[in-house]
Design a protein around this ligand. Sequence first.
Ligand SMILES: [Zn+2]
Length: 267
Amino acid sequence: MGFRVRDVLPDVFHVEDTLGVCMTLLVGSREALLVDAGYGLEDVAAFAASLTDRPIRLILTHGHYDHSLGAAWFPEAFVLEEDTALAREHGTDFWRRRALDAAEENGFRTDERAFLSRRTPEWKRLEEGRIELGGLSARVIRCPGHTPGSAVIYVPERALLLTGDNWNPCTWLFFPEALPVQEYRANMRRLLELPFRHVLCPHRWELFGRDRLEDFLAGLTDGKLLAAEAVDTGAWPGIRTVQTEPAPGQLLVFDADKLRRHREDRL
Ligand SMILES: [Zn+2]
């Protein structure tokens, strides 16, 4: 157990936590930026500090607990304003217990009382725009979809896009807080204006090429959305989840009740 890390590009570390969710550390000459913090079962701040001697700033791609609970190891953390309430909600004991359940399922032992008592810091407002780290920078881009306050991060010096949960080879767009699928698609397709060549996402270890995301977005046609078939996601009763495969090996699971079926009410 513990963290594993790989330096995927110069000064770019992809870090996987105990339960398999990833975060990305960008190391500039003056400052380092950690994008997401994982479940926080282990001291992610200490681990990140073992990779760099620069001061580390923490930002989140969105407020879900598997990305935000690790913020409890940091003095401060930033998230887009639209996800502040969600991040607060996901810091409650309900979600902490879900993390503990996941830990138990994975055979990871932790001090439950310490985990439950470790509070996340008050969320600070993440602003869109460029964060200069020294020789490396991160552009925060608002991209509502997976959640209303989802951010993607573009690192121009490495032609790298960090998608957050807006894109994984299996993308989940069915939570109550997720946007309607066509709105999500429009926001995601706008990202293709950026000249990125590499993509990292939180639920995979690999560095992907741009073509993977392009294939996914090109394949996400109205026809595919309308033909999506019912799928049981298990733990989310009451949501009419359907699944489509826009590109080979890539899945999108979304809420059928949020699908706009008629051209006239399309965005
Ligand atoms: Zn998420």
